[in-house]
Design a protein around this ligand. Structure first.
Ligand SMILES: Cc1cc2nc3c(=O)[nH]c(=O)nc-3n(C[C@H](O)[C@H](O)[C@H](O)COP(=O)(O)OP(=O)(O)OC[C@H]3O[C@@H](n4cnc5c(N)ncnc54)[C@H](O)[C@@H]3O)c2cc1C
Length: 401
């Protein structure tokens, strides 16, 4: 027989700030927790060079320092962190089995905190100037370009929303979109059109991001005229969408455009699976909201584990009551045997048999009743079969004990 799978009460998938926050909460609740991270703890926030909007750090804090503190706090409290990737989750008896790059694992509950990857345009200069003027997060990096001229690439809701946000901080915002009209919802477009410092460059594709040390401009090609020009800006915000890391889930839980749908308590469409952070469908993807999700998800998972434990306890209590009843029934049956051995009359034996049957029915031991039903009594005395059946029946009872 193969060895049983390593088992944990709770497995958190993803070691970004959402997963680490969930881990901190769950180990403090004394839940046997394993956090699985395929790369390194800290996630997206680790690669952010200055975080200015996470409360508690006047003057800002670097991503590695902040996420290092999260990880250290988790480990100090007893959080186990394993470096492996999860490739699938399957429901199993009493929980779930996770297939990972280092073998399968069993768990009663799961928190998915696998985050997203911002989609890249793949144009020259994009990778080179990342964090030096190229950004995928206006909420995070916009304030660094106060009163400066910036460009937003994209035409969907996020791009337009972020362009509106930036128009409050920056002297001028250029919204660049390859189609001749935006994809964003009309109400957002109307709001954008009201901003005097927001200029639209439709039917334009970005060809390259240019500069020396930092971004100095974005080269655009007009799809209608074929003309190419350098638009001088200090920053380029890329908003062409995100890829949520949910491919390994298959159709296990409900998704919307790849994002996990949750309730306010972070529960998903499948009992025992919770989600936290950027990977879930939500209006604001930031460190503070990811941390909050992690805390809520861990608390909900704890509640879930408590509920399944107490239902097992209740079942155990029920079993105890049942055993007491069975003992009583066993006594009745032994009584029947004695009556038979003593040659008592048919009526008394039949009465005892029907009382025992009724008790068995009440106890819900239907298989034993079926077994006992075969007992034959011809009114003159017990048949051999009858004694054998009673013995078999008593054996059945013992199995329940
Ligand atoms: C450029 C940029 C700058 C930003 N700056 C700020 C800022 O200044 N302030 C702010 O509040 N927010 C900022 N944000 C947003 C913030 O970084 C995110 O909202 C936050 O980090 C999300 O955390 P998370 O834990 O949900 O996901 P992530 O940080 O993405 O973590 C998910 C983790 O899961 C792991 N993972 C994925 N799939 C698997 C798998 N199958 N098995 C195992 N592990 C897996 C990944 O390796 C990753 O480490 C910024 C975002 C970007 C893109």
């Amino acid at each position: 027989m193969s060895d049983p799978l390593p088992e944990h009460e709770l497995i958190i998938i993803g070691g970004g700030v959402a997963g680490l926050a969930a881990g901190i909460y769950s180990v403090r609740s004394r839940i046997d927790t394993l956090l699985i991270e395929r790369a390194f703890p800290g996630g997206l926030a680790f690669s952010t060079h200055l975080i200015e909007n996470y409360p508690g750090f006047p003057g800002g804090i670097s991503g590695p320092e902040l996420t290092g503190k999260f990880e250290a706090q988790g480990r100090e409290l007893g959080l186990k962190i394993d470096n492996r990737g999860v490739s699938s989750i399957h429901p199993a008896d009493d929980g779930f089995v996770l297939t990972t790059s280092a073998g399968a694992l069993k768990t009663k509950a799961v928190i998915i905190a696998t985050g997203v990857t911002p989609k890249q345009l793949g144009i020259p200069g994009e990778t080179e100037f990342f964090t030096r003027g190229v950004s995928y997060c206006a909420t995070c990096d916009g304030p660094l370009f106060r009163d400066r001229e910036v460009a937003v690439l994209g035409g969907g809701d996020s791009a337009v929303q972020e362009a509106i946000y930036l128009s409050r901080l920056c002297s001028k915002v250029h919204l660049i979109h390859r189609r001749d009209r935006l994809r964003a919802t009309p109400i957002l477009q109307e709001k954008a059109e009201e901003k005097p410092n927001l200029e639209f460059h439709l039917s334009n594709i970005p060809e390259a991001i240019e500069g020396k040390e930092r971004v100095e401009g974005v080269r655009l090609r007009n799809l209608k005229t074929g003309e190419s020009k350098l638009l001088r800006v200090d920053a380029v915000f890329v908003y062409v969408g995100y890829n949520p890391h949910t491919e390994f889930l298959g159709d296990l839980i409900e998704l919307d455009d790849g994002y996990i749908i949750t309730d306010d308590d972070m529960s998903t469409s499948r009992e025992g699976i919770f989600a936290a952070g950027d990977v879930r469908k939500k209006p604001l993807r930031q460190i503070s909201t990811a941390v909050s999700d992690g805390a809520v998800a861990a608390t909900s998972a704890e509640q879930y584990l408590e509920n399944i434990e107490s239902s097992v306890k209740t079942e155990t209590d029920e079993n105890k009551k049942l055993m007491l009843r069975l003992k009583r029934i066993e006594g009745q049956i032994r009584g029947i045997q004695r009556l038979l051995q003593q040659g008592h009359d048919c009526k008394a034996v039949l009465q005892q048999i029907s009382a025992a049957r009724a008790a068995l029915f009440r106890a819900g031991i239907h298989s034993a009743v079926a077994n006992f039903r075969r007992c034959a009594y011809d009114g003159k005395g017990a048949t051999t079969d009858f004694h054998e059946d009673i013995e078999r029946f008593l054996e059945t009872l013992e199995k329940f004990s």
